[in-house]
Design a protein around this ligand. Structure first.
Ligand code: NAG
Ligand code: NAG
Length: 255
């Protein structure tokens, strides 16, 4: 029995090493001979992109009366099917993994984030991206992003208020007939701490947006933040003008 386990372990190690060296050069070469990365999979048919996200960290950069400026660190995953990438081989592995060199060879949705001030991916020490291609053509693109968003703030209920921070996801150039997004799941780290706020939840909302160039599919991550300050000790500059109100408010009564 032990022998058997060992053999399997060696075999799969071999397969992984093999995949690394054979992947771009040979395995997908046949696929790529006729592959046009500028053309959508199933040309003419709409590509359905499923999104999942994991918010690892977030930071409140600045707060004004009207806005919360938030930096969000998230693992952003998009998946779709591209039948042109299906492969049949003797390799046991169902999935092939690749980095930037593979990502730049395949078609991808031209996803952008309309309400962000900036979006960054780390390039050093290594680009924080990978793609996984399944033998049935399912593609999973995984990126670690830092998105800076400006969230509209509504202070009617201050200091017992709850704010919602949005991260909007949309295709830059393809309308609803070409690319449709479905937000599947969004989680946040249990270690996530944001100064002055408690993260109450994160969820997805899918919408269709009417623009002058057509109907676009938009997925929105909504992060709910409940203010959590102790008026007796914390007096951030933003609150100075509201001090009287702060001193006399007990948010526990409002909940
Ligand atoms: C995408 O979803 C639509 C609506 O559910 C469906 O008609 C279409 O065939 C799907 N596209 C692909 C490539 O599966
Ligand atoms: C706020 O109200 C709750 C419930 O009425 C009470 O238990 C708590 O002690 C109050 N806190 C302060 C700081 O007054």
């Amino acid at each position: 029995m032990l022998m058997f386990v060992k053999v399997v372990a060696c075999y799969s190690l071999f397969a992984v090493v093999f995949v690394e060296s054979v992947y771009v050069k040979d395995l997908l070469k046949e696929n790529f001979e006729t592959y046009d990365k500028y053309e959508r999979p199933n040309y003419g048919e709409r590509v359905n992109v499923t999104i999942t996200a994991f918010i690892a960290d977030a930071d409140l950069v600045k707060e004004t009366y009207d806005y919360l400026y938030m930096d969000m660190n998230l693992y952003f995953r998009e998946s779709w099917n591209d039948p042109r990438l299906q492969f049949v081989t003797w390799i046991r592995e169902d999935d092939l993994l690749g980095g930037e060199e593979v990502i730049k060879e395949i078609w991808k949705p031209d996803t952008f984030f309309p309400n962000t001030l900036s979006v960054r991916t780390n390039k050093e020490p290594n680009p924080e991206v990978f793609v996984r291609i399944n033998r049935n053509g399912d593609v999973l693109l995984n990126r670690k992003l830092t998105a800076s968003v400006k969230c509209q703030q509504e202070l009617k209920a201050f200091p017992c208020d709850t704010q919602t921070c949005l991260l909007e996801i949309e295709s830059y150039g393809s309308n609803m007939n070409s690319i449709a997004y479905t937000g599947k799941s969004v989680y946040f780290s249990s270690l996530l701490r944001i100064p002055h706020f408690e993260v109450k939840g994160a969820s997805f909302e899918d919408k269709s947006i009417h623009l002058s160039t057509g109907e676009y599919s938009r997925s929105i991550i909504k992060m709910k933040l409940k203010r959590k300050i102790n008026p007796k000790i914390e007096k951030p500059s933003f609150y100075k003008l509201m001090l009287d109100e702060l001193e006399n408010t007990n948010c526990t009564e409002v909940e």
